[in-house]
Design a protein around this ligand. Structure first.
Ligand code: NAG
Ligand code: NAG
Length: 511
């Protein structure tokens, strides 16, 4: 009796436990944090996960298998973002970086073997300046789930719908407000035009890369590789790391799911005892200062560090500064450590201001916790994140430079003497958190939907079923023009005939 029951339960769980391949190789701590959020959501929902990652975890979890891509780590080791030259690198640099990551990924024998020999139920990848990852799901013939680590942008629209946002939404790196002025819209369209040309060039190199690397894998499975153009637009679900409370809302097909905040644990781990005591005993308030993991503050010039310490030391508040190296001559109210449990710190009610580079994850964690920001953006999406937070009234901004100490002091004093930033941050946090389902639940839910419906076709935009001139209604216009032409032509002939008849009969009467 019990064994039958056990079998039944085992069968039932067989039905819904899926095996998902997550290829999430971007060698940066914050991207890995996002990756871990996806993997944890799937494990919590009882699925089996194979995770190809540059940062394999030492402690293994039940149902988790890891594929070691730590070779990708050395790609970031050489990049020092405190150097001006590196921060000002253009898209070509990022694309080479991305291609270098792709090469490491495809050189992994373990991953290639897994793709050939194991049948997964779905594949999750993250978009990072390349599209060739479409090949994993194409070779497996399973639903492809794509993660956008940043907000929705035209490239994503192009992949699974059509580009709709250019007239209404600024591109990510433009600090424009919505609605945009004529000049801003012109700039937006012009830059988008340039990007389209560059994408068109990339398309062919991505296609070649796709064929070179996935062709042999498909062959080893006894299949032919589907054309790149088909694999590329075959996204079942797009998970977007954004939310309408922090970005202008968009019209999106139902397979685009906003999940910002999914990487934040619902109940952050309790603070270590010493930090808990320190924060509890700072009722006047605490300033938390962290420039993230890419910009290493230990590489700052000594003079700059001294100036910062002076500014922070003069504050009548406790200051926590994430700083990677030992410091001497630190003022009494300043506590320097190489690492802080950020989510738990931000959740503490005594935190007044978070001095941050404005990276998306830090911004999201602060939004979730309702903490006001003093943003010091450095590169990438940080300037536009900062501009958006300033417009939302939850932040002030200082441009990063080694001469910013005075400016930082001024802005810090403004924020600490005026509670409107904190009040606004609490309000936005309420909007952000006010969702019927926790975002991490949405992640596993939509991946299950994709698997169980064999590709979530019922949620996809029908745009891709039409040619561009059909979507722009040009063929309809042509038909309309033809009809109008015919009507005019017929009317002309009829009128001409009537006229000649009337004139003719008049002539007859006269004669
Ligand atoms: C990419 O790899 C090439 C060859 O290994 C190297 O020379 C280059 O510096 C790398 N570029 C980036 C941005 O990672
Ligand atoms: C498209 O995705 C579906 C599942 O979502 C899969 O069965 C099919 O093989 C994929 N086709 C291509 C061309 O990748």
């Amino acid at each position: 009796m019990y064994s039958t029951l056990f079998l039944l339960v085992a069968c039932a769980s067989q039905v819904w436990a899926h095996h998902i391949l997550c290829v999430l190789p971007v060698p940066s701590r914050s991207h890995n944090h996002l990756a871990k959020g996806i993997v944890d959501s799937l494990l919590d929902a009882g699925h089996e996960v194979t995770w190809a990652t540059p940062y394999p975890q030492k402690t293994t979890k039940k149902n988790l298998k890891q594929i070691d891509l730590s070779a990708a780590q050395k790609l970031t080791d050489g990049i020092d973002m405190s150097k001006d030259s590196n921060r000002k690198q253009g898209p070509a640099f990022v694309k080479t970086f991305s291609r270098n990551i792709s090469t490491v990924v495809m050189e992994s024998q373990e991953l290639r073997d897994a793709v050939v020999n194991v049948q997964y139920d779905a594949v999750v990848t993250e978009w990072f300046f390349s599209d060739f990852e479409a090949g994993f799901a194409a070779v497996q013939k399973v639903p492809w789930i794509l993660l956008s680590g940043v907000t929705m942008h035209p490239h994503m629209e192009m992949l699974l719908d059509e580009v709709r946002s250019i007239p209404t939404h600024p591109l990510m790196f433009h600090d424009f407000d919505v609605p945009m002025s004529l000049w801003e819209r012109l700039t937006n369209s012009f830059v988008y035009g340039l990007m389209s040309i560059s994408n068109w060039v990339d398309y062919y190199s991505d296609e070649a890369f796709y064929q070179a690397h996935f062709g042999p894998l498909a062959k080893a499975r006894g299949q032919t590789l589907p054309p790149y153009s088909e694999a590329l637009h075959n996204v079942s679900i797009l998970l977007v790391n954004s939310d309408p409370s922090i970005d202008a809302p968009r019209s999106l097909p139902p397979n685009v799911v906003y999940v910002a905040g999914y990487h934040i644990e619902a109940n952050p781990a309790p603070l270590p005892q010493d930090l808990q005591t320190l924060l509890d005993s700072s009722p006047k308030g605490v300033v938390y200062f962290s420039m993230g993991s890419v910009l290493k503050s230990s590489l700052f010039p000594e003079k700059f560090i001294r100036e910062l310490l002076k500014v922070l030391g003069e504050l009548p508040y406790t200051v926590l500064w994430k700083f990677e190296k030992e410091l001497t001559g630190v003022p009494k109210n300043v506590h320097v450590r190489a690492w802080f449990p950020q989510a738990s710190i931000l959740a503490h009610p005594n935190i007044k201001v978070f001095i941050t580079h404005g990276g998306l994850l830090s911004t999201l964690e602060a939004t979730n916790a309702g903490v006001a920001l003093l943003a010091v953006p450095v590169f990438g999406d940080q300037p536009s994140n900062a501009a958006r937070a300033v417009r939302a009234g939850v932040a002030r901004k200082v441009d990063f430079s080694y001469n910013m100490a005075e400016e930082l002091k001024k802005e810090l004093n403004e924020m600490l003497s005026n509670d409107k930033y904190q009040k606004r941050a609490k309000y936005v946090s309420k909007l952000f958190r006010n969702r019927p389902v926790a975002p991490s639940k949405l992640v596993s839910h939509y991946i299950e939907v994709a698997i169980e419906s064999k590709g979530a076709y019922h949620l996809r935009s029908p745009s891709k079923l039409y040619a561009w001139y059909e979507r722009w209604m040009l063929d309809q216009l042509a038909v309309l023009a033809a009809i109008l032409y015919l009507i005019v032509k017929v009317l002309k002939t009829v009128l001409g005939a009537v006229k000649s008849k009337v004139v003719g009969s008049k002539k007859q009467k006269k004669s």
